[in-house]
Every structure is written in structure tokens, then in C-alpha cells.
Design a protein. Structure first.
Length: 340
């Protein structure tokens, strides 16, 4: 027998928090077997600081030993864009698979999507958990976008590439560095750049380019800080106009000191094809080499069709680490599957 419990991530504590942390770490062990688990306190702080524009519904399925047997969550954004969609993630540990628990968990999530008028559902699977792909195919979901987590071993970094691109490839720009939160005087300019470079590939996904407000950026910064994430942002400012022409960001967590996450990199369309992206990436990786000697790996996620960014990453020495697929399916199709 299994018992279902809905959890409020803002207040979850005690055994439910411990088991929720444990089962998501089970998933992490399958997908990232070389990485350490996420400490409970880090996840607690993250759950307490979810951005206001993000809504998360969380469920645990308990077994008779009062251990988490499965977990599921549905997440959607209260933004102007993508009000038609929601993300879902379901994880069932290997010993509990083929018992209908994934379907049972989906039966909790789908009605929430219906209630909040989210007619499209999106989920992500990785090659390291084939059961996830099989589940998506049984639902009748379609492949929306193929992507990879790509990894750079710093011992294999092309130092010659760094030397070639660490200096300005063109005149008229000044390199700057932000440590942590964006200063108020640059906030609007950074948000404008993020929104002006949101033309990243979406594959076949029926989603809109996501735009952000200054308040939403502040919420995301608070979430990162709560989880002990330390963010560096390298940016380029055009001398003549003061416009932010491009930026790249990396995130480091002292709980996982050997791993650096490469976040967003983008150059305003008006300033592309001048080598600014390579300059930003080279300047950042040089800073990492000097000031984060404990880092052994840099990881980033890329759509397989994002040729410009993949070209730069390949030049640096990034290699495929894990393949993943984003799937999409109409909510009504899920409802029909569950009722069949």
C-alpha cells in the first residue's frame, strides 16, 4: 500500500523534508553518479526561497515503511509568456518501477494543470534513466528538443584558445565583472540584454521566448544566494553608448567545489560576429583558473541545434557528458491516457 502526500515547499520540514531530499538525491545519483548529494539544508533554503513568479506543486508517495517510494512535481510560471504550459517531473527509484507508481503520480499532477488552464505539459528525460523515455513514449509525448549536458575537464582546456581570445578582439568595449547580485545601476541594462538575447533554440517545443522583469531577476538572485550559489557575471559595455553588449555567467557552490556550472552566455544581436562571446568566455575561464583552483569540471546545457554556442564550447574543449530530451504533450491527451 502507498500513501500520497501533498507538500508545501515553503514549510516542509521533519521526515517529509528528509525523504523529499533523499529521493531527489536518488535521481541525482542515477543521472550524475560522480557528483555528491545535495545537502538537506541547501534544498530547504531553496524551497523557502522559490521565486514569486514560480509555482510548484510537490507530491510524495510513501510506502509502508514510511519511506518515499516516488516523487512528482508540477511547475509553472506566473509570467506574461508561456501561460499555456507547465513542466512536470516524476521520479520512481529502480526498485519501485513497473508498479504503476509513475502513472499514479501523474494522476495527481494532471488535474492541477487542467485547473490552472495549462493545456501543454513538458518534461525532461536523460539517457541515464531509460525508464523515463519509455514512460514519455507510453504517454504519447513527442520529442520537442534534443540537448546535451556538455562538460569541460579543465585539465583538457585548450590554453592556446584562451590566450588567443583573452584580449579584446575589437575596440570600443570595456570588460566588467559582477560578483553576486547585479548592482541597481546596471539592473535595467542587464534585464534588457537578457530579454534581447532570448532567441535561443526551442526545437519543436510550442513555447514562447521567455522575458524577465527586474523583480524576477532579483527573485532568482535571492534563490541562488539562499542555496549558497556564488555567481560571477562577466559583461561587456560599449564605451560610446554605455549599452551592455553581452555577458556570461558561472555559478559555483561550496558544497560541490570541483564543479562549476556555466550559465547564460549571450551577445546582443547588434554586436554579434565580432568575437565578443569568445572574449567573454576566455576572460571568465582565465579568472576561474586563477581564483577557483579547486574546480575540475565546467558543465553547461546546450540544445543540439545551438550551433554558435556549441562551436565556441567545442573550441574550448567541452565534450558531451549526458544526452537529454525535452518532451511535450497536450494535457488533455494525458487526461485521456489516465482514464483509459
Amino acid at each position: 500500500m502507498f500513501a500520497l502526500e501533498s507538500l508545501d515547499l515553503n514549510t516542509v520540514d521533519g521526515l517529509p523534508a528528509v525523504q523529499l531530499n533523499a529521493i531527489w538525491n536518488r535521481q541525482r545519483l542515477e543521472t550524475l553518479p560522480d557528483d555528491p548529494p545535495i545537502p538537506l539544508e541547501e534544498n530547504l533554503q531553496g524551497w523557502r526561497n522559490i521565486p514569486e513568479f514560480v509555482v510548484v506543486h510537490e507530491f510524495l508517495l510513501w510506502n509502508e515503511e514510511h519511506t518515499a517510494a516516488a516523487v512528482g512535481e508540477l511547475e509553472y510560471y506566473l509570467t506574461e509568456e508561456n501561460r499555456h504550459m507547465a513542466f512536470f517531473d516524476i521520479y520512481v527509484p529502480p526498485e519501485n518501477r513497473c508498479r504503476g507508481l509513475g502513472k499514479q503520480m501523474l494522476a495527481c499532477l494532471a488535474p492541477i494543470a487542467v485547473e490552472h488552464e495549462r493545456p501543454l505539459l513538458i518534461t525532461r528525460t536523460t539517457e541515464r534513466i531509460p525508464a523515463g523515455q519509455a514512460f514519455a513514449e507510453r504517454l504519447g509525448a513527442s520529442r520537442g528538443m534534443e540537448m546535451h549536458t556538455n562538460q569541460l575537464r579543465l585539465s583538457e582546456l585548450d590554453r592556446g584558445w584562451v590566450e588567443r581570445w583573452r584580449n579584446p578582439p575589437t575596440d570600443g568595449f570595456t570588460l566588467g565583472l559582477l560578483v553576486g547580485a547585479c548592482p541597481e545601476e546596471l539592473l535595467d541594462a542587464i534585464v534588457a540584454l537578457l530579454n534581447n538575447t532570448s532567441d535561443v533554440p526551442h526545437g519543436e517545443l510550442a513555447i514562447d521566448e521567455q522575458k524577465f522583469t527586474p523583480k524576477q531577476l532579483r527573485d532568482m538572485e535571492q534563490f541562488q544566494q539562499a542555496r549558497s550559489i556564488q555567481r560571477w557575471t562577466m559583461y561587456l559595455q560599449e564605451d560610446a553608448s554605455g549599452r551592455i553588449a553581452g555577458l556570461t555567467e558561472v555559478m559555483w557552490n561550496p558544497h560541490r567545489p570541483q564543479i562549476l556550472e556555466q550559465g547564460f552566455t549571450g551577445v546582443d544581436p547588434a554586436f554579434r560576429k565580432r568575437g565578443l562571446g569568445r572574449w567573454l568566455k576566455a576572460a571568465m575561464i582565465e579568472k576561474v583558473l586563477v581564483e577557483r583552483p579547486e574546480v575540475l569540471f565546467v558543465r553547461t546545457g546546450n540544445a543540439n541545434e545551438n550551433a554558435p554556442m556549441l562551436k565556441i564550447n567545442t573550441e574550448m574543449g567541452f565534450k558531451p557528458y549526458q544526452a537529454a530530451t525535452l518532451w511535450q504533450i497536450e494535457t488533455q491527451k494525458v487526461v485521456d491516457y489516465l482514464s483509459a
